[in-house]
Design a protein around this ligand. Structure first.
Ligand SMILES: [Mn+2]
Length: 370
């Protein structure tokens, strides 16, 4: 597998149903065959649609949210009836993108009249349509055409109508930037650049991860020229930890387990840990990335049981081992070096299963590489 360009992604590749406000049965009866398209087709799809819904995955990250904001301001400027409606709420570190209250959380009754007459749903940063949670069932109910713009690997039998996928893009924001440069003339305005910069900055770990390319820096230059406040954006995203989250970090660092010749570091978080630290399951993002920074550790693994009889697991790899295969075998997915899954069951049942699968896969990969 060629890993150049596929970097250590900061997104939470987690398939959580915990934030879902209500249970919805998913009926995958989409009839359309998924079609791979180019930027010109994107432009014609947008020009033919009057009402456009923008959305991204559950537990949204800076890439998905930044793309929604940037595209929203572009579409508003060209006169589209456009809204951003997500299945999860926007977390506080990204609230600077929401100064005009453009992000809405999906409410079935409140939104259905608007949604049922949508001409096009543009979905950012989603490899698996199930990650849209309740939005997915709305798409299904009203047979809405979907345009997926993303840099995750996709199954051939994915359920999007149109796909614009580039697994070599550092961020979905990089793809959106390329589209906007084609669709518009001149420099991008500040309000669009704030979203694009947030997307690229967060998915490249502030231009540090292996996926960072010259394009990312070119994008940053244009964003700087537009007048964005880059240090403000950085501080909002990375320097607004709650005391609870730092307490949680301290707790997990004191309780790491090292296995496989210290190449695997894993930790568990359960409801009592969260309560003890005055933290919440929404604050676990980035903890696995931090554990991966330990010298000699190749793979970091988090197992989170927040008491709803499901466990979230999250993997980060430095590059020696590919971990989205393990995540997939456990019912999840993601990037080669950043992946996750949600498993049914409590910590007692999930933990041994996950550890067995993980250790076996690392052993096999080590053996194969010899
Ligand atoms: Mn992304």
């Amino acid at each position: 597998m060629n890993l150049s360009g596929i970097g250590l992604n900061n997104c939470n590749c987690i398939f959580s149903i915990l934030d879902c406000p209500y249970e919805t049965p998913y009926l995958y009866n989409f009839s359309s065959e998924s079609i791979m398209i180019d930027f010109n087709k994107v432009k014609s799809l947008i020009s033919e649609a009057d009402r456009i819904l923008l959305t991204t995955h559950e537990n949204p990250d800076g890439d998905g949210l930044g793309c929604c904001a940037a595209m929203y301001f572009h579409l508003r400027e060209i006169g589209k009836d456009c809204r951003i409606i997500n299945c999860s709420r926007i977390s506080s570190e990204y609230s600077f993108l929401n100064s005009e209250q453009i992000f809405e959380v999906h409410e079935l009754v409140q939104h259905q009249d608007w949604i049922k007459n949508v001409n096009l749903v543009i979905i950012f940063d989603v490899g698996d349509i199930k990650r849209l949670q309740t939005i997915c069932s709305e798409i299904n109910s009203y047979s809405l055409p979907t345009l997926n713009i993303d840099h995750h690997p996709h199954d051939d039998d994915n359920l999007f109508t149109y796909n614009l996928v580039d697994v070599n893009a550092a961020a979905t924001g990089e793809m959106l930037y390329n589209y906007l440069k084609l669709a518009r003339s001149g420099q991008l305005p500040k309000e669009i650049c704030e979203g694009i910069y947030t997307a690229v900055m967060t998915d490249t770990g502030s231009f540090r991860y292996s996926n960072t390319n010259t394009k990312c820096h070119e994008i940053a230059i244009e964003c700087f020229r537009s007048g964005i406040n880059h240090s403000y954006i950085y501080q909002q995203v990375y320097e607004t930890n709650s005391k609870g989250r730092i307490k949680l970090l301290g707790n997990i660092l004191g309780n790491l387990t090292f296995e496989c010749d210290n190449e695997l570091a894993w930790f568990i978080i359960d409801k009592s840990t969260l309560d003890e630290c005055d933290s919440t399951s929404e604050e676990v993002g980035g903890l696995t990335d931090f554990v991966r920074t330990i010298r000699g550790v190749e793979v970091a693994l988090m197992i989170l049981d927040s008491g709803h009889d499901t466990c979230r697991i999250n993997y980060r790899s430095k590059g020696k081992y590919i971990i989205n295969g393990i995540a997939k075998s456990l019912g999840g997915g993601g990037h080669p070096l950043a992946a996750g899954a949600v498993l049914e069951g409590s910590m007692e049942t999930v933990l041994p299963k996950v550890l067995n699968e993980t250790k076996q896969s690392l052993q096999e990969q080590k053996y194969q590489s010899k």
